[in-house]
Design a protein around this ligand. Structure first.
Ligand code: DUC
Ligand code: ZN
Ligand code: ZN
Ligand code: ZN
Length: 465
């Protein structure tokens, strides 16, 4: 038999087109996309379903310690299980360099967490917190040469913030060695000022997390990052853009020919500032604390405008899961005393594709081809996984999601299959749901049951970029 597996009768969707076709697979690879392929050793009936490239979520956090704070709710096993449940086949978590530590050793520590544990494929971005000359001239170039071709830096957080000279140093090294710098754009000093002021006024409920970092704080940092990219001549990706003001800064830069890439995330078209509101510390506002914080409904429209007009190339989850009650049901006591102690991040790797499909494709804001570009193809192209990942065509890995465009689902904690003890998207209704996820030719999720096991996911090297 010519094919190990034929996915028959579905509608194959790529970033470029939509065609009725069968997909022929041999081993881990797609070898044919055409009508009426001969029978395979195995057959999957995809009649009435969309056949799309498996999701690539290029912004997730797994097994990442928060300094002195609570433990992350997902390691690589549960985090990648949740990814598969949501139609993804590749995730890109961050390897955080603790201040003062070796960048190389930090990357190796994440390999130790991931290798043999992951259920779907993965590649790492580095987080550079220490921009000294050893890091910039030796460790970073060597790691870039080894295929770790993207890294993130922060403009806020005590334990991660870089000053402007350090940012320029990182950008300069990245330019010389051809890496992509992802930037968290929020101004550290402005947030500190606002936090102190709110504390003096006794405003410490979760709601004030959002008040402590309004859009002006993100807008200022976004503009500053763009200016630094222009000055250093470096490639830059502005991550997790939350609303109109930073979006407009990026559009302004792109219109001037400054090559800035940008990402937005699920929460910026589906959660809002009022979700954080709570009259006292026991209320559930803490479930929505992430940075940048969710904005207003009017900002959702600005984000859609940016998605439609190409300001944003990628749509990610920024899955960054923490326990709400705490692992033992009471550990997060400190977080109930002030928003400042609530770890910044929410889980969402399993809902990224369903929410974008439902709010975007089903509501006529984007085409299904744009959906594929925003959830898979552009991530692969930008981060060097293409042409192994990110499309359905001969030669690509058989990473495929079968999608029921009409299925109506109410999002619940049970469906997430993550490690966190809640989902901020609880009760949200979506139309369109992944019914099967295939990882390199093997069924990894079917009908909400994850069938892959630890070690089925592998590290994707980006050396042949
Ligand atoms: N930045 C992220 O990318 N994720 C969660 C929190 C943060 O600050
Ligand atoms: Zn060099
Ligand atoms: Zn960030
Ligand atoms: Zn993140």
């Amino acid at each position: 038999q010519e094919y190990d597996l034929v996915i028959r009768g579905g509608t194959v969707v790529t970033a470029a087109d939509t065609v009725l076709a069968d997909v022929g697979i041999v081993g881990e690879k797609i070898v044919a996309v055409a009508l009426d392929l001969p029978r395979g050793a195995e057959e999957i009936d995809a009649t009435g379903l969309l056949v799309m490239p498996g999701g690539i979520d290029s912004h997730v956090h797994l097994a990442q310690p928060s300094f002195g704070g609570p433990k992350m709710a997902d390691g690589f096993e549960t985090g990648t299980r949740s990814a598969l449940a949501g139609g993804n086949t590749t995730v890109m978590p961050f390897a955080l360099q603790p201040r003062g530590a070796s960048l190389r050793e930090s990357v190796m520590a994440y390999h130790k967490e991931a290798d043999g544990q992951a259920l779907c494929d993965y590649a790492f971005h580095m987080i550079v917190t220490n921009a000294d000359s050893t890091v910039l001239e030796q460790e970073l170039p060597a790691l870039i040469a080894d295929g770790y071709t993207s890294l993130k830096i922060f403009m806020t957080y005590e334990d991660m913030v870089l000053n402007d000279r350090e940012i320029l140093g990182v950008l300069d090294s990245a330019r010389r060695h051809n890496a992509l710098v992802m930037v968290h754009c929020e101004g550290y000093d402005a947030i500190r000022y606002m936090t102190e002021r709110l504390e003096l006024e006794g405003k410490t409920a979760p709601y004030y997390h959002g008040v402590s970092r309004p859009q002006s704080v993100e807008r200022e940092a976004t503009h500053r990052a763009i200016s630094h990219a222009e000055l250093a001549g470096a490639r830059m990706m502005i991550v997790h853009v939350s609303g109109r003001e930073p979006m407009e800064q990026i559009r302004w830069a792109q219109q001037r020919g400054i090559p800035i890439l940008a990402e937005t995330c699920t929460q910026y078209v589906s959660l809002e500032a009022d979700d954080l509101a709570g009259l006292n510390m026991d209320e559930s506002g803490g479930k929505y604390v992430c940075s940048p914080p969710p904005r207003e409904k009017a900002d959702w429209e600005a984000i859609w405008e940016g998605i439609r007009t190409g300001v944003f190339q990628t749509f990610s989850s920024d899955h960054c899961p923490f326990f709400y009650e705490g692992e033992d049901g009471k550990k997060n006591a400190k977080a109930r005393t002030s928003f400042k102690w609530v770890p910044n991040g929410i889980p969402g790797v399993a809902v990224r594709m369903p929410i974008l499909f439902s709010e975007g494709v089903r509501k006529g804001r984007i085409t299904v081809n744009e959906f594929v570009a925003l959830t898979s193809t552009n991530h692969a192209r930008i981060y060097g996984l293409y042409p192994r990942k990110g499309s359905i065509a001969p030669g690509f890995d058989a990473d495929i999601v079968l999608w029921d465009a009409d299925r109506e689902v109410t999002i619940t904690q049970d469906l997430m299959q993550h490690g966190a003890d809640y989902t901020p998207y609880e009760g949200m209704e979506v139309t369109g749901w992944p019914v099967m996820t295939m990882l390199r030719g093997r069924v990894a999720m079917r009908d909400d049951k994850v069938l892959a096991s630890r070690g089925n996911g592998g590290f994707i090297s980006r050396t042949e970029e």
